[in-house]
Write a protein that binds this ligand. Sequence first.
Ligand code: PEP
Ligand code: MG
Length: 767
Amino acid sequence: MANEAELKTPAPEAPGPVRLLRQIRDVMARKGDAQERLDSLVDIIAANLRAEVCSIYLRRSGGSLELCATEGLKAEAVHATRLNAGEGLVGWVAQTARPLSTISAQEHPAFSYRPETGEDAYQTFLGVPILRGGRLLGVLVVQSVEKRGYREDEIETLQTIAMVLAEVIASGDLLDTVALEGIELRPSRFETLQGRAFAGGIAIGTALVHKPHVGSTRLIADDPDAEEQRLRLALGQLQSDLDRWAERDARVGAGLTGEVFDTYRMFARDPAWTGKLFDAVRSGLTAEAAVERARNEQRARLTQTRDAFFSDRLHDLEDIANRTLRYLSGEDTQVELPENAILIARHIGPADLLEYGAGTLKGVALEEGSASGHAAIVARALGIPLVGRLDDALDRAEDGDVVILDGESGAIHLRPSDEVLESYTARVALRGKRQAEFARLRHRPSRTKDGQDAELMLNAGLLVDLPQMGATGADGMGLFRTEFQFMIAEQLPRLEAQIEVYSQVLDAARDKPVIFRTLDLGGDKILPYVSSERERNPALGWRAIRMSLDRKGLLRYQLRALMTASAGRELNVMFPMLATVGEYRAARALALKEFEWARSRGRPVPDKLNIGAMVETPAFAWALPSVMGETDFVSVGVNDLFQFFFAADRDHPRLTDRYDALDPYFLTMLARIRDICAEHGVPAGVCGEMSGRPLEAMALMGLGFRRLSMPPSGFGPVKAMALQLDVKSLAERLQEVIRSDNGSTREFLKEYAAQSNFSGLTHWQIG
Ligand code: PEP
Ligand code: MG
């Protein structure tokens, strides 16, 4: 912000910003040479702000800033003066993405003298960033001879002008100008962003930016009073909805305090935030543009902050701004998908992703995300590729860009050249062929080369997953995540609705086993109709079985639905996130009680009830021997077990690669679980994403696990591996490697796979 100490001499009253904005609009609407239009703009701005100098610096693709138009500096400096990021006051504004106002430019520590501009005569400097999203397009500067401080409202006005400039510039009609060659007005060239692949596959489609910009035609208000009224209405609606939701949750007694809403409500009422919006509208912007401007500034600051708490607050503000934009546009969250849409977002929750729907969405590209995060799980369930950890994806992609999303290498290619497009089209065709080969394996029994029977099962959670049973030839469903159904519903599913879903799942499995996991809510699995408490450590918080045992009604209700749906068949049910023997016993007792209750009343009950325990915490892995007499099966939830073993958040983008599931000590723990179960004759399986990766699945089989439950995309490669595996010989060698304490077993397994000459598995599948 402006240096307050320097705001000494008050300037004359600012001329009406509304008039200025209209003049800018008229200039931009003119046909003809872009340079001429930029020249007219600087004239108008200088005159309106009573400055001798007004200059526009635009960012070149290499990051330097080029003087592209000026009123007041020497004409020969235009397109000749370039400043590196961080160089001079202009570079400072660009680097910090903040305005800078000073009455003694030469004395500022960042000042850098450029004689060709003739700027030494001008002492007073005001520069503001030209931002779009979090991306810097350039810097707008006014300078004057007279030593005078710019008032806050003048700084605001210049920022507003910069925002309008940004949208107009990026909307594209300056693009084809020779004079502006090398200037990056909007991303238009082919570029590749490298991230991480979290759900496999390749998609070619059209970018749909999750939070698009306000179009340049909706920036300048025709009637500022009407805009003010619209903004007032939208903010009123935002506040009353937030109040209503908070109140409803309190009434329903969900027990989930509305802390999230409290934070939101605080922001929505914050006079600093709302005041800024009203100021922007009064200066001539539309209500949407005012919100967009505030959002741009937040986003630019977000890209610079390293502080997690501050960054969370900025995310909250961004959410509020997005919600306000939705009220203004009068539409709800539903977005029209272009054909073959590839969604580009910062982060997306599983519920939002499901809302975008299966079928039309071809892929997802995220700035954040992780392999075992639930967005990735949902993407795999939907059979669409997801690439995450793509820095700046939101700012590099524009709605409508052609995108290739490579869920194998973890890259996205924006606006690809014809050659790249052709080569990917060929790869998509090849993939289709390979998948057809895998599909041929689906009728083969899951038996290793040395004759050991395995059960390769499906992880599912939605009705859209069910056709995968036939498509993959799975030996059953090793994990049905029941909470997904709750997450996509508008309201808490009634008993009948739950019975209906579970019946359909059992029907789809025919006579193959299905293991239902009871509700695993909390963490990032949030119900849209129940506000959840924002916890400091949601993964370690009040979730899954903890919530179920504290709110028994919901669990009993679900158990009742499961029993009814399984009438006359077998029911396998297991509990998530157990940490103690007591929790398991309490949950098991509840299931048995529900069974007895139904039977004693002559209600339908399953022929056979098998109750299992999930091992997802190291605590429960240690407690396991104590429940051996009371459990019918065990399933290792390796996503969570991994996160708690290494104390590494499974959703944390920086930790995705930090620890290896093939770490010898992690494998030692898995081996111990498997040995305890084998000793007591209790069937033990592994569910979680690890089972669906051929190298990891090979390790699990080498440890003795025969039941692996995985996402559909894992079937082809894992089955191809299993059919060619001599599991006995692997087991012996694996034991040795684990004992040798030589770091990860990954290299050994890769070599083993290479020596065994596994066919049909390419490097990416095995590596
Ligand atoms: C797991 O943690 O491994 C698991 C299967 O459960 P979820 O991924 O749903 O947490
Ligand atoms: Mg889990």
